[in-house]
Design a protein around this ligand. Sequence first.
Ligand code: C5P
Length: 397
Amino acid sequence: MPGASRILLIIGGGIAAYKALDLIRRLRERGHSVTPVLTRAGAEFVTPLSVSALAGRKVYSDLFDLTDEAEMGHIELSRSADVIVVAPATADLIAKMAQGHADDLASTLLLATDTPVLLAPAMNVRMWQHAATQRNIATLRGDGIGFVGPNEGDMACGEHGPGRMAEVPQIVAAVEAGLADGPLTGRRILVTSGPTHEPIDPVRYLANRSSGAQGTAIARALAALGAEVVFVTGPATVPPPEGVEVIRVETAREMLAAVERALPADAAIFAAAVADWRVARESDRKMKKTGGALPHLEFAENPDILATVSALAEGRPRLVVGFAAETDDVVANATAKRARKGCDWIVANDVSAATGIMGGAENAVTIITAEGTEAWPRMGKAEVAARLVERIAQALA
Ligand code: C5P
């Protein structure tokens, strides 16, 4: 854990504002100080009294409060923190930030600051998915603003999908990861992980044995070195790491769309075991046994996400890393794969059943780069991740 930090917490107007109260407690428990700013809309959901009581200090809310200006102007307030956290970050606050508005205390602080900013978005799923919001998010990402969440799930408005504010421990982890000054601080890195599920009918799907363990370990190791990590994961069996932005998908096509939305990034690590094929026509009803006649499934090829990103003429990450899970001629196949996919490095491994690697705790990899191949001894997946991430940090330095 990094040392005690000064956190300026802006609480926007959304039902998730109640979680900001717990966030203040958890941050203080961990030794950080929290200076709260409550927007006018935020004050409709939580009271200034609860906020200041939990923070143990005055809550700021009005730009034109002369006493505050005499004590500490908004410029100073915005710069006297190690990090500014906005939780919940509403669609409106995000839009204001993207446009550079400064018409209340929160937006003025965000425009006047030179401090790292972390947003925990929270809004209705349609508002989150709206092209305007996604445009604003992309703009802010390009400006170097950090994000944690939103998560997917049931929402207070009764709908289901992405838009729920990240949980408090996730936000705490993201704040601390951002403060941890490491060799990857300021770098945005995309990681894909887990299998994909390709539907056959409403109850059946094609899948593979990937647990998501290696991709998860890589994302965790990247965050530990200070990277801002976007983790695009299929339905994995291991839980995603904390302190990273988690985007859950099911199919290869959804994974490609999520990856394209998550760019730009400094590096992209494609650890997902993406299904190469899907069923060409998914049945919208459960397929039935019909008197001994076997079903006839036609297949279609899935988009190759790694090859697509490697071939980007504009916005290609500086370092693109692919994986090659092989059962025969590992190095020869993986070397050919590196050329075919157009990525910079391939992390190759032997996934023959006898190795116990797929779904297991260990991995034995060979790294293939333009300079040649390097075989690493068999070791834990966390150790593979740590070594790989160290190399990534060197490559991006
Ligand atoms: O072609 P193959 O599946 O062996 O390639 C493995 C590498 O390509 C992995 O890095 C995997 O994440 C990526 N991949 C992808 N999209 C696909 C298939 C594989 O990104 N449709």
